[in-house]
Design a protein around this ligand. Sequence first.
Ligand SMILES: Nc1ncnc2c1ncn2[C@@H]1O[C@H](COP(=O)(O)OP(=O)(O)OP(=O)(O)O)[C@@H](O)[C@H]1O
Ligand SMILES: [Mg+2]
Length: 247
Amino acid sequence: MTAALQIENLEAGYEPGLPIVRGASLTVMPGEIVAILGPNGAGKSTLVKAAAGLVPISAGRVLLHGQDITRVPAHRMVFEGLAFVPQTENVFANLTIAENLELAAALLKADRRERLDPVYAMFPDLLRQRTLRAGRLSGGQRQMLAVARALIARPRVLVLDEPSAGLSPKLVGQVLAQLRTVRDSGVTVLLVEQNVKAALAVADRAAVLVEGRERVVAACDALRNDPIIAELYLGRHVAPVPTAGTH
Ligand SMILES: Nc1ncnc2c1ncn2[C@@H]1O[C@H](COP(=O)(O)OP(=O)(O)OP(=O)(O)O)[C@@H](O)[C@H]1O
Ligand SMILES: [Mg+2]
């Protein structure tokens, strides 16, 4: 089966000669939810931004359902079938829910009704509150709107950078659970997530990125039970070694 998204030996960064992503590879199969985990500064955001055309790629390839999309400019990515939800500023706070979604449809030169109806069907809360300005929504609802906006493009692959950032633990679970609904509608999902426990609960597989490369890629069940991975990369504390002079 052809991968939905294949990242091959990718090198990417913000300045020439200073790669942040250093030869990362990752395969996401159709219908999967895959999470990218890893410590702060590992290059998780840089990796997904590079795949989405937002950070320059110096080596490697990105394939979407077998089609080479390496270096497709960000604004063309939706037409290739990849939608990206950035971590911040992913909705227009001054516009209503409906206006946010209508604008997304207008930018695609797509029929408004035809695009909005299925998205409202998936997110009935957004339909109920459609006249509310996005800036007045709770963090969880705002993330839901950001996902809905991205789905207006009918992507084959949805890529999200920390959709649960800044949310309360309860909302983290809710927002991530919505990604299951998105997947069940036929969209493949790749997300960066800091909240390891919630990510492992919602994803099928996860990659642990360290210093710009994937260190481990495995089924979430296996990762959850791997004490070394948990200790080294997933932030579970090991008691510090006492030093002289401390009590
Ligand atoms: N716009 C930028 N210009 C230059 N360097 C950047 C830029 N954004 C990030 N970096 C650098 O790239 C490295 C990786 O950052 P990145 O944001 O990809 O990590 P991350 O794994 O997403 O971290 P976090 O968990 O904190 O979100 C860091 O050293 C960071 O300082
Ligand atoms: Mg990041």
